[in-house]
Design a protein around this ligand. Structure first.
Ligand SMILES: [Zn+2]
Length: 196
């Protein structure tokens, strides 16, 4: 499947990186979780995006997404040329949520190129893969936390106490399960044969 989205200039992400720079310049580099939280707040990704929603999300950031067969140990990669940025994702996701995690991972790498271009890298090149994974997990966590907060807020209006607590418990258990799957995904991706 080749789902190359319309290519648009990458200035949205450049502008976002410039805003982060001015916000955190006094205390550079910011924590990865802070970058992820700001990213999730600014761009509000879907909680469980389908392929089309992921392509549209990336497109809003000026990034095209293309699904290609990639080597087994490569889940995605990115390249920028003539002001256009493309993220390639493996045609077959290793696990549910792999495409989404990899997309955020690649976006974090593109962000790092922006920071470097402006003379303010946030990490050593050897740390990039690990930090991009942490960013991807943290973006998904930030969005999940926000959604859980919304459910709990809505549940507060339920009059029957037992029903209210049942929904609280259900939401917390579901949130913990999903959060754990987000946190474990990079590990499973690196050890697919062990985990299958
Ligand atoms: Zn990478």
């Amino acid at each position: 499947m080749d789902a190359l989205a319309t290519t648009v200039p990458t200035n949205v992400l450049d502008d976002f990186c410039a805003a982060l720079l001015s916000r955190y310049k006094e205390n550079w580099p910011p924590a990865e979780t802070s970058l992820a939280k700001d990213f999730a707040e600014r761009f509000a990704p879907e909680l469980f995006p389908n392929t089309e929603q992921m392509i549209q999300f990336a497109s809003r950031l000026g990034i095209s997404v293309s699904f290609k067969p990639l080597p087994d140990d490569l889940h995605g990669c990115n390249c920028s040329c003539d002001g256009q940025t493309i993220v390639f994702l493996s045609e077959q996701p290793v696990f549910t949520g792999s495409h989404e995690h990899t997309l955020f991972h690649e976006i974090r790498e593109v962000m790092e190129y922006c920071f470097c271009d402006q003379g303010w890298p946030t990490l050593k090149p050897s740390e990039l893969e690990k930090r991009a994974d942490l960013f991807a997990t943290s973006v998904r966590m930030a969005r999940l936390t926000k959604e859980i907060g919304r459910y709990i807020e809505n549940a507060q209006s339920i009059e029957q106490t037992w029903k209210r607590w049942l929904i609280f418990a259900g939401v917390v258990i579901m949130g913990l399960g999903i959060g754990l799957s987000y946190a474990m995904l990079p590990h499973f991706e690196k050890n697919p044969r062990v985990s299958k």
